[in-house]
Design a protein around this ligand. Structure first.
Ligand code: GLY
Length: 468
């Protein structure tokens, strides 16, 4: 099959690796993808450009990685042009694009989530400014501490602030409003977070392996929120029925509600949930695969079951309900993100990346490891005039490790990243450590006093953030 993948990060590199064997084009791609795909330029926000490229490469199937083209209506334009596409419609992608929309769907579907209130930008009149100030103070009084303040829209790297500091929370809210967006205040959700990716085709939901992301920049969950500094799967601490419950209590009711609204969801629904005293509660939805969780999750897909291409194509073409069960490899997978100096506030780019195995692509050498997508996926890389890989973004590389135990998988990933040199770069040294040390506790349901689990009624929290 001729497949066009839209996107340019580690998630898309993992998708390409999973789709290998097909005739692949990626746009706009990155420097590490040339061995897997024809790399083309495209404006991912422009539906007409993507349709034109799909026609030019005669794509039979388009897989959309990031949220920006989804919210821009690229999948709708491709469907209208008669091209099969993996990715929800613009209307359905509002589950990610508008947090207020997602809250409304969850309330209607009876899905547990944080309570929230939205404050919209004012008109600019003097009395409107006073009213806005009062609304902000009231929301801060109601929802914190801990304060959870979200940009109600695509976040572009500055979406969510979770802080005990009222002034910092207010400053973020004011910045969101100054940018012309509504701001959402939420109650703080207790409990460890799960990223569960679900293939959704109308009312059919097929979950992948549960994963956990590490969103803060530095060890021990310190520092600013990032797009994600590492991830692992599956989750040894999740209750045995954890995936089943997230599907039954969150993904399926939401899928049914979307069908009932006449905007059926067809694509990847990323359920970001916190497992609190009453079970899983939604922190956020995304309308696409998560990054970097996708990297370990897809690496665990076992070829004895349906291929990634079969699974995505079935989702896109309304046949997911007849797809045989997915098969997963035994053991665990982990990814560690190598970030450039200054990430996330001001990532430095243009520095040469090299690896200790000595094989040379450009002047700096190290091409063999850097060109092995079973161990290294490229997220933000380019090439310099000498042909060396150079940093071209905040999250530069994602290294992968696998093992029979989570500890072994993480050790394998660290043994790879230790061979890679990028001046000023850094990575977290504690990916999956709390899980390995047994420090992640899920409160058993029988230990909790019965509570009201209706939507919008929990104490709530969110440590999520988005962006590069
Ligand atoms: N890893 C978080 C995200 O993809 O949004």
């Amino acid at each position: 099959m001729r497949i066009l993948v839209i996107g340019s990060g580690g998630r898309e590199h993992a998708l390409l690796h999973g789709l290998a064997g097909h005739e692949l084009t990626v746009a706009p791609g990155n420097a590490g993808m040339h061995s897997l795909a024809d790399v083309r330029p495209v404006d991912v926000q422009d539906p007409a450009s993507v349709v034109a490229l799909a026609r030019e490469v005669d794509a039979e199937f388009v897989v959309i990685g990031p949220e920006i083209p989804l919210v821009a209506g690229v999948s709708d334009a491709l469907r209208e042009a008669g091209v099969a596409v993996f990715g929800p419609s613009q209307a359905a992608a509002q589950l990610e694009g508008s947090k207020a929309f997602a809250k409304d769907v969850m309330a209607a579907a009876g899905v547990l989530t944080a309570s929230a209130t939205q404050v919209a930008p004012g008109s600019g009149a003097a009395d409107a400014a006073a009213a806005l100030e009062a609304a902000l103070e009231a929301a801060l009084d109601e929802y914190g501490p801990t304060y959870v303040v979200k940009d109600d829209g695509l976040a572009g790297g500055k979406g969510v602030v979770v802080t005990p500091d009222r002034e910092a929370a207010k400053a973020h809210a004011e910045a969101v409003l100054a940018a012309g967006n509504p701001v959402l205040f939420e109650s703080f959700l207790e409990g460890p977070e799960v990223s569960l990716f679900c293939l959704v085709d109308g009312e059919t939901v097929v979950p992948l392996l549960p994963a956990q992301d590490h969103k803060r920049a530095y060890d021990n969950d310190e520092g600013p929120n990032t797009g994600g500094m590492g991830a692992y799967c599956p989750l040894p601490w999740l209750p045995d029925d954890g995936v089943e419950r997230i599907v039954a209590e969150i993904a399926e009711p939401v899928a049914r509600e979307m069908v009932a609204r006449g905007i059926p969801y067809q694509g990847l629904l990323y359920v970001g949930a916190a497992w609190g005293p009453f079970g899983p509660a939604v922190v956020e939805f995304n309308a696409r695969f998560g990054d970097p969780e996708t990297q370990p999750v897809l690496s665990m897909l076992d070829p004895s079951g349906p291929s990634l291409a079969d699974a995505l194509f079935a989702t896109a073409t309304g046949t997911l309900s007849s797809l045989p069960s997915l098969a997963w490899k035994p053991g665990f997978a982990a990814t560690v993100v190598l970030a450039s100096s200054g990430y996330p506030a001001g990532p430095k780019t243009g520095d040469v990346i090299s690896a200790g195995d000595g094989a040379s692509g450009g002047a700096a050498g190290g091409a063999a490891l850097l060109d092995d997508p079973t161990r290294v996926l490229h997220a933000g890389t380019g090439r310099n005039e000498d042909g060396d890989y150079v940093s071209a973004g905040g999250r530069v590389l994602n290294v992968l490790g696998h093992g029979e135990t989570l500890e072994a998988a993480v050790a394998a990933a660290y043994s790879v990243i230790e061979q890679i040199e990028l001046p000023g770069s850094f990575y977290r040294k504690d990916i999956a450590r709390p899980a390995i040390e047994g420090a992640i506790a899920v409160v058993p349901a029988e230990d909790t006093s019965a509570g009201d689990t209706s939507a919008g009624d929990t104490s709530a929290g969110d440590t999520s953030a988005e962006g590069e």
